[in-house]
Every structure is written in C-alpha cells, then in structure tokens.
Design a protein around this ligand. Structure first.
Ligand SMILES: NC(=O)c1ccc[n+]([C@@H]2O[C@H](COP(=O)([O-])OP(=O)(O)OC[C@H]3O[C@@H](n4cnc5c(N)ncnc54)[C@H](OP(=O)(O)O)[C@@H]3O)[C@@H](O)[C@H]2O)c1
Length: 313
C-alpha cells in the first residue's frame, strides 16, 4: 500500500460500509424474512435495485408485488421479469416491507394509496418494541431524492421509515447507497436493509443532515463524470483520434484512474503530481484546466446540487 507523503491529506475513513463483493444471499438474515416485498414505482431505480436482489436470492420473485402508473408498463414489466406488476396499489401497500420509488411529485398520491390499502389493524408508529404491534409495523424504504424522514413519517404514520440514497452505478453493481434511519427500526431489519443495498454496491449509514451533500456527489456525480468523459473524448477527436476509439479510451482512463486512486489509497493530488513531470505534456494541460476554472466549476456543481436538494426537501 502506498504511504502518503507528509503534508498531504489522508483518505477519509468512511462510516459503516458494506462491500458489494462476497455477500452471500441470506433471506431471513437475523431472523427477519418478510413474506412480501412491495414495490411502489417500478421504474429505473427500482429495477436497478430489485432485479439483483431477485438474482441474488435475497428477495424471491414470488414475494414481489409491484405497482406502476400505467397498465401498459405493468403488462410489459410483468412479462419481461416474470413478476406480479399491476396498477392496483393494495397488495404492495399491505407488504411488511416496501420500496418506495416513485417520482417525488407522486408522493401525495402514494400516501393516499397507502391509507386506502392499510391492512386491518395496522398499528400507528411507536418506538421499536415499546408497544403492542410495534414489531408488526411495515418497513418503508424510500429512495425519493430530497424527501425527509420527518415528511415521510408524517405521510406514512403506520410505517417504520428508512431513507436510502442510491446512485445509478447500482445498475452495474458498483453503486453507493447512503442510509438514514427513522425511529424504531429493529437491528435485524437494519441488517436486512443494508444487505439489500449491498447487492448493488457499497452501503453507508449517514446522519440525515449529510444526505443532501452525499446525493450531490454520488447521485449527481455520475452526470458530471459523464460530462468529463465526453469532453475528454472530444479533445482526443480534436487531436486526431476516431470518435469511437476516443470514447472507449476516455471511459477506460476514468475507470483506471478511479481504481488506482482507490486501490493504492492515493490522495488525488499525489496521483496528479505523479503524472505531471516537469515541463511535460500533463502540466501543460493542467495549466489550461486551472485557467478555465475546472476545479472551481466542479466544486460549485456539487454545492449547487446539494443546495437544490435542500430546496426540494
Ligand atoms: N434514477 C436515479 O438515478 C435515482 C437515484 C436516486 C434516487 N432516485 C429516486 O428514485 C425515484 C424514481 O426515479 P426513477 O428514475 O426510477 O423514475 P422512473 O423511471 O420514472 O420510475 C417511476 C415509476 O413510478 C411509476 N408510477 C407512476 N405513477 C405511479 C403511481 N400513481 N403509483 C405507483 N407508481 C407509479 C412509474 O410507472 P409508469 O412508467 O407506468 O408511469 C414508474 O414505474 C425518484 O423519486 C428519484 O428521486 C432516482
């Protein structure tokens, strides 16, 4: 492992993390084995999360009750994935565990559907184990960007709530998910939820106050990195490479650089200095980047995304 030079910042130690690799599927982990898994909104994010869980055996396909907005997409998704997908929210909302993955503007409609579908005798929220029915309260996993635990708890008073902030690299099982826990979720349920998201990447427990900044980097970040990839390829095309080759090389350069930073625990400044030899090609390019304010632009992009996330809350 590389030893960082004196004066350079050390890589940050992350809070609780769970690696994607090597996780053995274990339905019933810690004694928590829900019979039904409701999915409210089965779009891009829900599919990116759920399909690996089914493949990995963590959620049996027969346990899934998914609800979508249109009959056409229900029929298509049911046929495509062999799952129970419909436009009727009742069964999904009666499941002991639900993934809520609609667009935030549909939140009120989802809350209405939850109220209309509550199983008879559903208990109001109480601290875990503190009252009758506490263990029976369904667990709601929300991936809605910017919707706070307090708002979710007000809208879904009969549920235990966890906020999850996953990102699109979950599609290739290289995602990052930040989790902020609501009141009263039992340790075995927490373990189970972490295990779910560990199927598609790394999982971190975070205070809710950090989720906006987390989202600004990890959920919006793929768009910024994609823009950098495209711009690097444009530069290579301008310098004479064919487009397809330029794009492939740009992607590979980004992936290889990220792997090098991570595996050797290098600070980015160390890697930059390793590559930039005196009077060479890289330092000539770096001068241009600094002149154009690229560093500042990226900082401001992340700050703007975090502020926007707070505004949307
Ligand atoms: N995509 C990301 O990178 C990302 C990352 C983190 C969090 N999120 C969050 O994930 C959520 C979903 O985003 P997405 O990109 O997956 O959206 P999406 O692909 O548009 O999926 C939305 C889903 O909701 C369904 N739906 C529409 N009306 C409904 C209703 N009345 N009841 C139940 N379901 C309904 C849609 O069905 P139809 O197709 O039939 O209309 C579709 O299956 C958002 O809140 C977003 O903040 C997304």
């Amino acid at each position: 492992m590389h030893t960082p030079e004196p004066g350079l910042a050390q890589p940050m130690a992350l809070p609780t993390t769970t690696p994607a690799a090597g996780i053995a599927p274990s339905p019933g982990l810690g004694g928590f084995a829900p019979e039904r898994f409701g999915v409210v909104g089965f779009g891009r994010m829900a599919q990116a999360l759920l399909l690996p869980l089914i493949d990995g055996g963590l959620v049996p396909a027969a346990a899934v009750r998914a609800v979508v907005g249109s009959g056409a997409s229900a029929a298509r998704l049911a046929a495509q994935h062999g799952l129970a997908v419909s436009t009727d929210p009742a069964e999904a909302w009666q499941a002991p565990v639900l993934l809520l993955a609609v667009k935030p503007q549909l939140l009120a409609a989802a809350a209405e559907a939850a109220r209309g579908s509550a199983p008879a005798g559903a208990a109001p929220a109480t601290p875990a184990g503190s009252g009758p029915g506490a263990g029976d309260q369904p667990l709601l996993i929300s991936v809605l960007a910017g919707v706070t635990l307090a708002r979710l708890q007000a809208l879904f008073p009969g549920h235990r709530i966890v906020r999850a902030v996953p990102n699109t690299p979950a599609l290739v099982r290289q995602g990052l998910t930040g989790l902020a826990w609501g009141e009263g979720i039992a340790p075995e349920q927490q373990l189970w939820v972490r295990q779910l998201f560990a199927q598609v990447g790394e999982v971190l427990d975070l205070p809710e106050s950090q989720l906006d900044a987390f989202l600004a980097l990890t959920s919006s970040g793929p768009a910024y990195v994609a823009l950098v990839a495209e711009a690097l390829a444009d530069g290579a095309v301008a310098a004479g490479l064919p487009r397809a080759l330029a794009l492939r090389l740009a992607h590979r350069t980004l992936a290889g650089t990220a792997a090098l930073l991570q595996e050797q625990e290098l600070h980015p400044a160390q890697l930059k200095d390793m590559v930039a030899s005196p009077g060479g090609t890289t330092i000539a390019g770096l001068r241009q980047l600094e002149r154009a304010g690229v560093r500042s632009a990226l900082i401001e992009a992340v700050v703007a995304a975090a502020e926007r996330s707070r505004q949307l809350a």
